[in-house]
Design a protein around this ligand. Structure first.
Ligand SMILES: [Fe+2]
Ligand SMILES: [Fe+2]
Length: 287
């Protein structure tokens, strides 16, 4: 008899989360007590214009989903680090990253709830992360995941989160972003530590393939920037209260950080990305 075939829902699966509660939640809270220490209940969405609150709910729900994807990416990378026998201390530090990301998922999701609730996100769980190429050696496939997830994604997220944290004025988003920034410091430098350890074992061909992988990750980030460019304009105080940076300031910092925190450190390690061109963002549609 044939195995049943799972046909993915073309509309995608709803991104929603639950807690099991009881002793499992207590164990989790004990591991990361800072989640409950956030100043929950201090932000009143009624003090802000409705359309901006809706945009902020979308933004924080999107952030929760990005953290969820990053959790899967960190877990996959962790497996590949073990497979290629990366240094034990490096692997041990990386084993904390999936837990950090789950904490970030909860923080962002609860921030959306404080603003009135999460918004609908549908996704394909089979297409959340870069799958490693199994025709590569364990070191090569691990390096590809590290470059995609850490040298691009996580290295860029540190200055962006730090900038958003600095710009946020309300205690709640400020505490949430401050916590995430603290955790992300180790995530952001991890990729470089791995590449420096692996340097002697990587060939020129490997580095050229790693540049392709970095290009792929950079293009995906350019698409996110195009989405951000379509956010509704708003006065500084409101945007900062809801945990954003002003769009232009965010994009300027993002472009600068992509160059100094991603492209230049990769080039220093012999990984030269080719296409750094952004596709022009489609015009903003007023609704
Ligand atoms: Fe994170
Ligand atoms: Fe991270």
């Amino acid at each position: 008899m044939n195995e049943p075939v799972v046909v993915p829902d073309p509309a995608g699966v709803l991104f929603e989360l639950e807690m099991l509660g009881g002793s499992w939640e207590r164990r989790y809270r004990k591991l990361r007590p800072e989640v409950e220490d956030m100043p929950w209940g201090t932000l009143d969405p009624r003090e802000h214009p409705e359309h901006l609150v809706l945009a902020a709910r979308k933004s924080w729900t999107g952030a929760a989903f990005q953290e969820h994807r990053t959790g899967a990416a960190c877990a996959e990378t962790l497996r590949r680090l073990i497979e290629c026998r990366a240094p034990l201390d490096l692997v041990a530090v990386a084993s904390r990253f999936p837990l950090d990301e789950m904490v970030h998922v909860e923080l962002c999701a609860r921030m959306a709830m404080e603003l009135g609730g999460g918004t609908e996100i549908r996704h394909d769980p089979d297409a959340m992360i870069l799958e490693p190429r199994l025709d590569r050696s364990p070191l090569q496939r691990c390096a590809e995941l590290v470059v995609f997830n850490f040298c691009v994604g996580e290295a860029l997220s540190i200055p962006m989160l730090h900038g958003t944290w600095q710009a946020s004025v309300h205690p709640l988003p400020r505490a949430i972003l401050g916590r995430i920034v603290k955790d992300e410091a180790a995530h952001g430098i991890f990729g470089w530590a791995f590449l420096d350890w692996a340097a002697d074992q990587l060939t020129e061909g490997d580095r050229a393939r790693l540049a392709d992988v970095a290009d792929q990750a950079i293009s995906a980030i350019h698409e996110l920037w195009a989405d951000i460019a379509r956010r509704p304009p708003a006065r500084d105080s409101t945007v900062h209260a809801l945990g954003w940076m002003q769009t232009e300031a965010y994009l300027a910092l993002a472009r600068r950080s992509m160059r100094t925190k991603v492209i230049e450190p990769l080039a220093k390690r012999g990984i030269h990305v080719r296409s750094t061109e952004e596709r022009p963002a489609p015009p903003r549609v007023e609704r």
